[in-house]
Design a protein around this ligand. Structure first.
Ligand code: CIR
Length: 264
């Protein structure tokens, strides 16, 4: 049982030149497209190193944030659910993803309520449950609709909170294995991980909480040596990938892919 971190497939989307207009909470500089493309290629190479098939979708210049494909869907073994992003400029990205998932899954469901908003970055799937953080992008109606949509697939959903000022729930945490979560202290302090083993990001390194466990690897942003050491010592096989450009747009390792094993 490791469906929450062992995957046969990933989907990514190339960054578009319009990435310079991507959403950001604070402007700390314009992302450099060339550098981002290099980091993106390294990220895809790391995913492929695990033996997974990576489907690379073409850039979508009409959607500046479309490289962050995670926000468009939730991929589960039984099927996929297309999200309704809470950022108005990102709503159309979900429709762009739907046909690709329809070729890979027998069943694709949709968050459809006009008042429902939910982004994949707020969803952490573990072996035992789906945690969804309410945030500025994910509201109660979105969470309730997702809960109903996944119930007959056998999934239990638990609503939690994303800390104020934090973009997504997974900005501050990642799944490391069936029972272990990497989390900032500020998120873990909310008590949202009862029964899990929690490894805290090292002091001053909250910005690396968004990592991914993908098959045998933990892929984390480069430049956080104390947390990297903690993960090494805990026995994880860590790969670092540059994230300086995505970080300017509040993006990290999970945002850049959908990870799944489709049941066809
Ligand atoms: C946004 O604000 O929507 C993008 N600039 C960043 C999205 C990051 N996605 C993620 O954490 N899943």
């Amino acid at each position: 049982m490791s469906a929450s971190f062992r995957f046969s497939h990933a989907i990514t989307r190339k960054p578009a030149p319009s990435i310079t207009k991507g959403l950001r909470a604070i402007d700390i500089g314009t992302p450099d497209l060339d550098l981002m493309q290099g980091h993106h290629a390294d990220y895809i190479a790391a995913l492929r190193r695990t033996g997974a098939e990576v489907i690379e979708l073409p850039a979508l210049n009409a959607f500046p944030d479309s490289v962050f494909v995670e926000d468009t869907a939730l991929c589960l073994p039984q099927g996929a659910v297309i999200m309704r992003p809470g950022a108005p400029s990102r709503l159309g990205e979900a429709a762009e993803m739907a046909p690709h998932l329809a070729t890979l899954y027998r069943e694709v469901r949709h968050i459809s309520g006009a008042d429902s908003f939910i982004e994949g970055g707020d969803i952490l799937t573990t072996e035992r449950e789906i945690l969804v953080g309410r945030s500025a992008r994910t509201n109660a109606a979105g969470v309730a609709e997702l809960k109903t949509l996944v119930a007959d697939w056998g999934h239990t959903l638990r609503e939690v909170s994303t800390p104020p000022g934090v973009l997504h729930f997974k900005t501050d945490c990642s799944l490391l294995d069936g029972e272990t979560i990497l989390s900032t202290e500020r998120l873990a302090a909310s008590g949202c991980f009862p029964g899990y083993r929690v490894i805290h990001t090292a002091e001053g390194e909250d910005a690396c909480a968004n990592a991914i466990r993908f098959n045998d690897l933990v892929i984390m942003p480069a430049g956080f040596p104390k947390t990297r050491d903690l993960l090494d010592k805990a026995g994880f096989k860590v790969v670092e990938v540059g994230n300086s450009e995505c970080a300017k747009l509040d993006g990290g390792m999970s945002c850049l892919s959908l990870r799944f094993t489709p049941r066809t």
